[in-house]
Design a protein around this ligand. Structure first.
Ligand SMILES: [Zn+2]
Length: 98
């Protein structure tokens, strides 16, 4: 399906993912990443770290906290773009409820 053929309305949000990138993660981590991205769509008003925390919280509420943490650690270990050490430390701390 072509994106230009998708009917749009005000209630729709677009979540985009890099498919090649997702192959570098375990399937449960991919689910966690997708939930995180959906979490961003539910919190469009939250920016920067506030937005990351809100998106992580959405994935956590769906029971994927462990897999978000695992995915963050994996991304950091693989030196992937967008996985910055201090940011990840803060997100993991928040996910662990500290
Ligand atoms: Zn995010």
């Amino acid at each position: 399906m072509q994106l230009s053929n998708v009917p749009a309305c005000d209630l729709m949000k677009l979540v985009t993912v890099e498919m090649t990138y997702l192959r570098l993660f375990l399937k449960e981590e991919v689910t966690g990443i997708l939930l995180h991205e959906i979490g961003h769509a539910f919190n469009p008003d939250k920016q920067k770290m506030e937005g990351e925390f809100a998106a992580d919280n959405f994935a956590k509420e769906k029971g994927f906290s462990t897999w978000i943490i695992s995915g963050l650690e994996s991304g950091l270990k693989q030196n992937l773009m967008g996985f910055e050490k201090e940011t990840i430390r803060q997100r993991i701390e928040k996910l662990n409820g500290k």
